[in-house]
Structure formats: C-alpha cells, structure tokens
Design a protein around this ligand. Structure first.
Ligand SMILES: NC(=O)c1ccc[n+]([C@@H]2O[C@H](COP(=O)([O-])OP(=O)(O)OC[C@H]3O[C@@H](n4cnc5c(N)ncnc54)[C@H](OP(=O)(O)O)[C@@H]3O)[C@@H](O)[C@H]2O)c1
Length: 296
C-alpha cells in the first residue's frame, strides 16, 4: 500500500484518482489529515497504515510568495520532507519525494543532468534544495524525482491560467526566453504508481532522477499550444505575443533554462515522460469538455 502525503494538491489529487482508477491500494492524506511538519502525526500515520511505499506530494509551491513567506516555504519544503524522511527510515519504508527544476540557476546551455551543480536563484528553489538534502541525509531508501512546469486537471497551474485568459482576451503576452519541460500530473502520477512496486521490492534504485514531459519549449511555446488546442472547442483565437523576462517582472527570479535530461530515469526504469504536446492537447480537451467536474 502507498501512503500519500499532500493529497490535496494538483499532483496529490491526480495520484489519488489514478490509484483508484488503476486499482492500486493507496491511502491519500491531505494537509487537514496530516501536516507533514508534525512528526507525531506523521509517525501515527505510518503505524496506522503500515505502507510499503510513501509518496510526498506536499510542498509549498508559491514561487513568488516564497520570497517573503520564507518560513512557510521552509516548513513545507525542508522541515516536512525531513520529518517524512526520518519516519521512512525508522519504518524502513522507501520514500518517493518530488523536487523541482528550480534547484538549478539556468545558466547551462544544454539540458540539466542529475549531477550538475545546483544553485537555486530564488527562495522556493533554495527550500526545495534543502528538502532534497534532508531526504538524502535521513532516508537511505529514497527516490527523488525532480520535475518541472507541472500542470493537470486539478488545482492551479499555467495551463488553466492560459485557458482563463484565452476566454476573455484577444492578446496574451507570454515570456519566450525561459526554457523548460511541461510535465502533466497524469504522467507523473502514473510514473510514481508504476515504480512503486519496484521500490517496495527493495530494488536498489535509490537516488535522484530527473523526470519531465518529453520535449522542451518556452512559456510562450506552451501557451501557444494551449491556445491552439482550445480554439476548436471555444472558437477563441487570441494572439500569443512573445515577450522577454524583463518585460514581465516577478518577485522571484526564474532560471532561463531548466530543461531536464531524463536519460538516467529511462535507463534505470525503462520508460520516459509522455510528450508534453500530446498531454497539453489532451488535458485542454478534458478541461473544456468536463468543466463542471473540476471546480478550481
Ligand atoms: N507546480 C509546479 O509547476 C512544479 C514544478 C516543479 C516541481 N513541482 C513539485 O511537484 C510537487 C507537487 O506540486 P503541486 O504542483 O502538486 O503542488 P500544489 O498543487 O501546490 O500542492 C501542494 C500540496 O501540498 C500541501 N501542503 C503544503 N504544506 C503542507 C504540509 N506542511 N503538510 C501537508 N500538506 C502540505 C498543500 O496544501 P495547502 O494548499 O493547504 O497549502 C497542497 O495541497 C511539489 O513537490 C512541487 O515542489 C511543482
């Protein structure tokens, strides 16, 4: 059985849905059930559910707000993972922890591999980097999946923001000088469920992996695809105008390049991420044809 923390977020909800659809035993705990920074509550959850694998989808993900809400970000992204890692080690249960492309500074020209030096340029990235370290130091049986540009049917994400804007505006101005790999929660959730049995069987695959949708683009490229995918369903055809990062100032700096090389994951586990273009088209269609099922 998989014990999931952070079940209320966009990845957590997708994991709960995918496990139910696939008949995979999983207990989903959201923040109201168990706060991952509460060591007693976490230990109680472990002893009550006796998982064979633990998955952490909980995090503080407000990249800009993290610049000022530094303690909240530290709690969610460093202290919580440290608590989960210690509990996993004490119970001898493998931990799957999700991290981010924003641990890199974005100055590399090629795609990032796992052993590239990390050098986060924003507070969110620094807390996530600290969380990775806590997991490595506390839980020998861990798999850290660094992913990027996460979107899906649940919660808040870039794809949903673009759909909302496309519905009302004739022009969308979107940053075209940041490069990355959009990753669907459905892809990531299916991957976590599919590797879980190998972790439960104690296969020696512990370590850090990059896992993202296949193909790379810019936010402008991503937005253009979303707009193209929604047009036949809505009749809306706003123009998507490329702009530079300096034309769209944000509280947190973002890496100019955070494309992840996912070759290590493919070599060890035998498969890779789904093409981001296909997932973007599929999720856009799903959202627009079943809007009433997905409130916010
Ligand atoms: N979103 C992206 O673009 C992106 C990119 C790269 C990596 N990631 C990583 O992917 C993972 C999943 O992200 P996501 O997009 O699914 O995030 P999300 O939608 O923001 O969900 C995170 C969930 O964690 C919960 N949470 C926060 N602190 C908690 C705590 N102390 N105890 C229990 N639950 C807590 C949040 O609850 P509240 O809503 O109550 O705070 C929320 O339900 C995270 O590790 C994130 O860092 C995300």
């Amino acid at each position: 059985m998989i014990l999931l923390f952070g079940a209320g977020g966009q990845l957590g909800r997708e994991l709960a849905r995918a496990s139910a659809a696939g008949g995979v035993p999983l207990v989903a705990l959201s923040r109201v059930d168990t706060d991952i920074t509460d060591a007693t509550a976490v230990r109680t959850a472990f002893s009550r559910h006796k998982p064979s694998v633990v998955a952490n989808a909980a995090a503080y993900t407000k990249v800009d707000a993290a610049e000022t809400e530094t303690e909240a970000a530290r709690q969610g992204n460093e202290i919580g993972p440290a608590v989960l890692a210690a509990a996993s080690a004490a119970a001898d249960v493998p931990l799957v922890h999700v991290s981010t492309d924003y641990v890199f500074d974005g100055s590399k020209e090629l795609a990032y591999v796992e052993h590239d030096p990390i050098a986060p340029i924003n507070a969110y990235g620094r807390t996530k980097a600290a969380g990775e370290r806590a997991v490595r130091e506390n839980a020998p049986k861990h798999v850290i999946l660094r992913t990027s540009w996460v979107y899906g049917e649940f919660g808040q994400n870039f794809l949903k923001t673009m759909l909302k804007l496309a519905a009302t505006r004739d022009e969308l101005r979107v940053v075209a000088d940041q490069h990355g790999c959009p990753t669907s929660t459905a892809d990531l959730a299916a991957t976590i469920l599919s590797i879980a049995p190998r972790l439960a069987a104690n296969e020696n695959v512990w370590g850090t992996y990059h896992y993202a949708g296949s193909g790379a683009t810019t936010w402008h490229g991503f937005a253009s695809r979303i707009v193209a995918a929604q047009a036949p369903l809505t009749g809306r055809t706003p123009r998507v105008i490329p702009i530079t990062t300096s034309e769209f100032p944000t509280a947190a700096r973002r890496p100019a390049n955070s494309v992840l090389d996912c070759g290590k994951f493919a070599r060890v586990f035998g498969f890779g991420g789904r093409p981001w273009i296909e997932e973007t088209d599929r999720i856009t269609r799903a959202l627009l044809t079943a809007e009433e099922r997905h409130v916010a």
